[in-house]
Design a protein around this ligand. Sequence first.
Ligand code: HEM
Length: 146
Amino acid sequence: MATVEASSSDGKGQGVETSVTYYRLEEVAKRSSSKEIWLVIHGRVYDVTRFLEEHPGGEEVLLEQAGVDASESFEDVGHSSDAREMLQQYYIGDVHPCDLKTEHNSKDTPTNNACKSCWSYWVFPIIGAILLGFLYRYYTSESRSS
Ligand code: HEM
C-alpha cells in the first residue's frame, strides 16, 4: 500500500489536501473472504464488506468477484446511476499504477505505461552517453593521426 499526498485548489483560493492510497492487486486479492471483501472497478479499489448483505443483486455475485477486477461484471449488469453513486461510499483507494492494464489490452497481459517509462528515463541517457563517448574517442584519435 502506498499513500500519495496531492494538493489542489478548491476554487476559492484555498488549498485542499487530498491523498490517494494505492493498492497492489496482490493486496486486493488477499481480501476475498466473507470477513473482508475488496474488489476493483475501473482502476479503483472498493471495500464492499459492509455492503455484502445490502447488495440488491445478492451477496453471491460480490463473493464471486472478491479480490479481482469486477469492472466487466459490474458493467455487464448495467448498473443504474444510483448504483454508480453508491460506489463512492465504498471507495478506499486506487490500483497501483504498476498494476494498471492498458485499455486496449485489458484482458490478459498486465502492462503499465507508468512503469514501462521508468526504465526509459535512465536507459536512453546511458546509451546516449556511451555513443557520445565513442564519437569523442573517434574524433580525437582522427585528429591525433592527421
Ligand atoms: C460496490 C459495488 C456495487 C454496487 C454499489 C452495486 C449496487 C447495485 C445496485 C444499487 C443494484 C440495484 C439495481 C441498480 O440500481 O442498478 C444492483 C443490482 C445488481 N448487481 Fe450490483 N453493485 C455492485 C457490484 C456488483 C458486482 C461486482 C456485480 C457482479 C456481477 C453485481 C451484480 C449485480 C446484479 C446481478 C444485480 C441485479 C440486477 C437486476 O436484478 O436486474 N453488482 N447492484
